[in-house]
Design a protein. Structure first.
Length: 247
């Protein structure tokens, strides 16, 4: 089971450090984490990355960036190089989140270039996909598979990858998408991934995921990508307990 937590731009540096210190205590004592049955990945803001990683030193917590640029070097003011992220010790790069598409105008071509940048720098892409409007499972799966194929189009061969299914219409809502909907789309994504050579790629669910979401959806998914509902460390530990029960 794979549990990711993104802070987006909610937490400042001290809040991030304090959350990671509390999460580190959980990671040190929770048997599902220490035994490797549940993997934890934390996505702080870049300015908070160093104190976050320091707070979790000596634990099995991995870290990822919330974004990266498609080029490693050049005249790109404000851009963040995947080479530098790898040098910092990060393992993942989140790519393609709906908010990046909406607020920063990222399209499939940009996302595909960022996926390629992550891979060439040894970072595992944490690739976010999801349909914009609520609808039936078949339409959602078709949209997501098209988005997924476009996002991977610059890769010559299959590579380690995490697919985060996040229906856009469920992000920021009071509750997640229905279990039946998520399970149906996840199964279709796994079938496509297997046919494309990504048989081992986990599919996690995000979009107002909270305590109870993983239990509701069951074994159709391989974990969760959490946002604001995990900012409460007690809720985060409850979700780890649920993930342990799924193994």
């Amino acid at each position: 089971m794979l549990i990711g937590v993104s802070f987006k731009l909610y937490l400042d540096r001290p809040q991030t450090r304090d959350w990671c210190a509390a999460a580190a205590e959980i990671a040190k004592r929770h048997p599902a984490v220490t035994d490797g049955d549940v993997d934890l990945v934390i996505f702080p803001t870049l300015p908070a990355m160093n104190p976050a990683m320091t707070a979790c030193a000596g634990t099995r917590c991995a870290f990822g960036a919330q974004d990266l640029f498609w080029a490693d070097r050049g005249a790109y003011t404000g851009a963040v190089s995947g080479a530098d992220l790898a040098d910092m010790g990060l393992a993942y790069a989140e790519i393609g989140h709906a908010e990046r598409r909406r607020f920063f105008g990222e399209n499939d071509a940009v996302i595909a270039a960022k996926v390629a940048a992550a891979v060439r720098n040894g970072l595992t892409p944490w690739l976010c996909i999801g349909e914009p409007e609520a609808g039936d499972v078949e339409a959602a799966a078709a949209f997501c598979i098209k988005q997924l194929a476009a996002s991977l189009s610059e890769l010559a061969t299959p590579t380690p990858l995490v697919v985060a299914y996040e229906p856009v219409w469920a992000i920021g809502q009071s509750e997640a998408a229905s279990a039946a909907h998520v399970a149906g789309v996840a199964r279709a994504l796994k079938d496509w991934l297997a046919s494309a050579g990504y048989r081992e790629a986990p599919v996690v669910y995000g979009g107002s995921a909270a305590p109870g979401t993983l239990t509701d959806i069951g074994p159709a998914i391989d974990g969760l990508f959490l946002g604001r509902f995990a900012h409460d460390v007690a809720a985060f530990e409850q979700i780890i307990d649920e993930a342990a029960g799924q193994r």
